[in-house]
Design a protein around this ligand. Structure first.
Ligand SMILES: *Cc1c(COP(=O)(O)O)cnc(C)c1O
Length: 380
């Protein structure tokens, strides 16, 4: 990171690290499409690359940018957020233990419970917002990994990252944080003691609903990280070069998009809190949210663009509300420039722990008045 240490994250993002390639002095990094690289006559690889399932030069700048933003030693891109998160657990040994929160991105909880656990992961779930529960389970299970998602889907429970990192260390393991919703613009888990940070880069990092990608960043270039690198290269969950290039392009506006989404989400949360049809407006930026005090401590510059509404009249009222939206699009996913709304329980399907009266909003960067007007007309 020599020479960039004094630059702000906004500058690093906007300039895509400011790297200019030697020959043509291009301001935008090129896309490298080659799958294979020539050997010298003596059998060596003078270009430093062998085959693109292991690595691709198009990854270099986006990986270095993610590492710089996360205050990490290194980062790796993956073909999706699920592949990135899965790699952390695939790098463990059979019989190793892990703790994950009860509320978290549903598809990954499902993978842990239905795929990883039957294949030898000793998994227990803890209550997101209860450090006591986490401490008790960490002390008895001695997990290799404590997984934290904060703010966590779909109620935006906040977990104290520094306290969870201390518990992981005490138990002889490490803390891994899904920072998809927080983004490195608001939360830097490694500064708070995490060993690994994971992103669904499909969401805020790319930010335009046109790339599926994942990333991991690490505090240390250690043996565990080398195992994760092996999982990517051997498992083959690699990102295409065009997607890696688009991701870098998306990240150049990360700070602007995140700031706009935070401001819009706060305006919406404040306007809708106390609405007669809503039992809860769940947003960590509201003093009424149970995680607000911890969020104030570990999030800087905003509380994110995600919030959820719970309807007093129950499931049908929540579904009818989404049917009446005109500006918000009815779609799953989050973290993009356009605002999305979904009846979350029906997306998660059988086994969901999501309240059935809950609508999840991913707030984009449109004009706040258009978004608030749409929500109010749909509330009737
Ligand atoms: C979307 C998401 C994931 C999974 O990422 P994909 O890129 O869809 O595979 C994991 N965690 C969170 C918080 C997410 O929003």
């Amino acid at each position: 990171m020599t020479g960039r240490g004094e630059l702000h994250p906004e500058t690093l993002a906007a300039q895509g690290l400011g790297r200019v390639t030697e020959k043509h002095r291009e301001i935008v990094s090129p896309i490298h499409v080659a799958t294979t690289y020539e050997r010298a006559a003596d059998g060596s690889f003078p270009g430093g690359r062998i085959y693109s399932r292991a690595d691709n030069p198009t990854y270099d700048t986006p990986e270095a940018l993610i590492a710089a933003l996360e205050h990490a030693r290194a980062a790796l891109l993956f073909s999706s957020g699920q592949a990135a998160a899965g790699a952390v657990f695939q790098a463990l040994a059979p019989g190793d233990a892990a703790l994950a929160p009860r509320n978290m991105y549903w598809a990954f909880r499902k993978w842990l419970l239905e795929f990883a656990a039957p294949r030898g992961l000793r998994l227990e779930l803890y209550e997101n917002a209860s450090l006591d529960d986490l401490a008790k389970k960490a002390r008895s299970l001695k997990p290799r990994v404590i997984w934290v998602e904060t703010p966590a889907n779909p109620t935006w429970d906040v977990t104290d990252i520094a306290a969870a990192a201390a518990l992981a260390r005490e138990a002889g393991g490490v803390l891994a944080v899904d920072n998809t919703v927080g983004t490195p613009m608001l939360t830097r888990p490694i500064d708070l003691g995490a060993a690994i940070v994971m992103h669904s880069a499909t969401k805020y990092l790319n930010g335009h609903s046109d790339v599926v990608a994942g990333a991991l960043a690490t505090a240390a270039d250690d043996e565990a990280w080398q195992r994760i690198r092996y999982v990517r290269g051997a498992g083959g969950a690699v990102l295409g070069p065009f997607e890696a290039w688009l991701l870098l392009r998306g990240m150049r506006t990360l700070h602007v998009r995140v700031a706009a989404a935070c401001a819009n989400a706060m305006a919406i949360a404040q306007r809708l809190e106390g609405h007669e049809r809503l039992s809860h407006v769940l947003y960590p930026g509201l003093a009424s949210h149970p995680g607000h005090a911890v969020a104030v401590r570990q999030m800087h510059g905003g509380f994110g663009g995600m919030l959820s509404l719970r309807f007093r009249e129950g499931e049908q009222a929540a579904k009818d509300f989404t049917a009446r939206l005109r500006v918000f699009k009815r779609a799953t996913s989050l973290g993009s420039v356009e605002s999305l709304a979904e009846h979350r329980a029906s997306v998660e399907g059988p086994g969901t722990t999501c309240p059935t009266d809950l609508v999840r909003l991913s707030v984009g960067i449109e004009h706040a008045d258009d978004l608030i007007g749409d929500l109010l007309q749909a509330l009737g």
